[in-house]
Write a protein that binds this ligand. Structure first.
Ligand code: IMP
Length: 177
């Protein structure tokens, strides 16, 4: 039997709250008069999205998109698929993508390409966490919460095999078998 993975706190709920407040201020400066479409990537972004939009005091719309990249387990296949696509047109919209984590970057590059084909006015990227040590393709991040080390991150919406999304802190798993 493989040993149980240990959970370690990387950023406390207080640090997460501070980061969300900072991001909300940055996003407000740019988007307060643009009625942006905040596009959350499911499932990992749903907690971050919910906290972020409640700190944005201007007109905006919310949409979600579901992609598949990771299966069960921790390695990306590199093959990305749209599982649940957009239900509204994004042509001429100011789109702000809300991600949970940019790891290899393969998912984000696929996503941005998919969105740009639909001719939005602009597409920018806001991610809660970034793991640059694992990057396989360059990604330009416009709004960043935290840079994280090369560990498997869970909590605050981010999962491992669908578990741990409910943790209020951002944690990492160690000793995963
Ligand atoms: P990428 O294509 O390798 O950048 O991976 C993007 C997706 O993989 C993210 O949106 C997550 O769903 C998942 N992912 C990557 N790293 C982690 C991690 O450390 N914990 C949980 N999910 C991860």
């Amino acid at each position: 039997m493989s040993p149980q993975p240990e959970l370690h706190t990387l950023f406390t709920r207080r640090e997460v709250e501070d980061a969300v407040n900072r991001l909300a201020a940055e996003i407000s400066r740019e988007y307060h008069d643009k009625n942006p479409l905040l596009l959350g990537i499911l499932k990992g972004s749903f907690v971050f999205m919910a906290d972020l939009i409640r700190r944005l005091d201007f007109p905006l719309e919310v949409e979600f998109l579901r992609l598949s990249s990771y299966g069960r387990g921790q390695e990306t296949s590199g093959k990305v698929r749209v599982v649940h696509g957009l239900s509204i047109p994004i042509k001429d919209r100011e789109v702000l993508v809300i991600e949970d984590i940019v790891d290899t970057g393969l998912t984000t590059v696929f996503l941005l390409d998919y969105l740009r084909k639909q001719k939005p006015a602009s597409v920018k990227l806001c991610t809660l966490t970034d793991k640059p040590s694992r990057r396989q393709t360059p990604v330009n991040i416009d709004y960043l919460g935290f840079t994280v080390p090369d560990k498997f991150i869970v909590g605050y919406g981010i999962d491992c095999d669908e578990q741990f999304r409910n943790l209020p802190d951002i944690c990492f798993l160690e000793g995963e078998g």
